[in-house]
Write a protein that binds this ligand. Structure first.
Ligand code: ATP
Length: 222
């Protein structure tokens, strides 16, 4: 039986932007995913919202992700991290989703900037054994290969292909692949900076959420 693949796209989405949506679209097409589940985090472990760079309340970020994904039949949103509350650990999320999605298999969708940091995440060894990975190129980190971004703690567990662009977990057979996607140099932090400066974020975020993002006051209040 061929199992369908479901993308799992985790992030803070603070706020969601066109870079996220275009990336999810391209990964869907390249891997022929049945759909992509956007999974907004409750409290991301590596971002604390201090230093004048706030994180919008989870309910707001979730509402924006839902509105942004609504018109694409291949996109869906799963609020499990927000419903679970507390610090969001991807390994816990993937454990839950692996059961929930069966017999479909999850593919964790991640930008190469975040992937390169995965050695600092909770239980990276378990996470690599648990799920496939689609690692997207993202400006400015467009150079390099998957092999260069692979966390050291999993380098023995993963056998890389000679070209360094894909690999396979030696025990579980879960694969990882780097995917070239169109470079849209848009980031949530850039959007928050613009809002702090009183600038519009038109054409950076979907028009359906722009008004709410610009007027929420979260990013301009510090
Ligand atoms: P920030 O600028 O606040 O760090 P971000 O724009 O990276 O935020 P996140 O919600 O942290 O947004 O990103 C979720 C995931 O989306 C990460 O894996 C990140 O690498 C990826 N991503 C974000 N923006 C892009 C983009 N323009 N192209 C490809 N991937 C992206």
């Amino acid at each position: 039986m061929t199992r369908s693949l479901t993308g799992v796209f985790g992030g803070t989405f603070n706020p969601i932007h066109l870079g996220h949506l275009r990336a999810a679209q391209e990964v869907t097409e390249q891997l022929e995913l049945d759909r992509v589940l956007f999974v907004p985090s409750a409290q991301p472990p590596h971002k604390d919202g201090t230093c004048g760079d706030p994180i919008a309340p989870a309910a707001l970020r979730l509402a924006w992700v839902r509105a942004a994904a609504a018109d694409n039949p291949h996109f869906a949103v799963d609020a499990l991290e927000i419903e679970r509350g507390g610090t969001s650990y991807t390994v816990e999320t993937l454990r839950a989703l692996t059961e929930e999605l069966a017999p479909n298999e999850p593919v964790f969708v991640i930008g190469c900037d975040a992937f390169a940091e995965m050695g600092t995440w909770r239980e990276p060894e378990a996470l690599f054994a648990l799920t496939h990975f689609a690692v997207m190129t993202r400006p400015p980190v467009a150079d390099g290969r998957l092999r260069d971004w692979l966390p050291k703690c999993v380098s023995d567990a993963v056998e890389m292909a000679p070209d360094g662009r894909s690999g396979r977990h030696r025990e579980t057979g879960k694969w990882l692949r780097s995917l070239e996607i169109l470079a849209l140099d848009v980031s949530s932090s850039g959007i928050r900076r613009r809002l702090r400066s009183g600038l519009s974020v038109r054409y950076f975020v979907p028009e359906t959420v722009r008004d709410a993002v610009e007027k929420c006051g979260v990013y301009t209040s510090t």
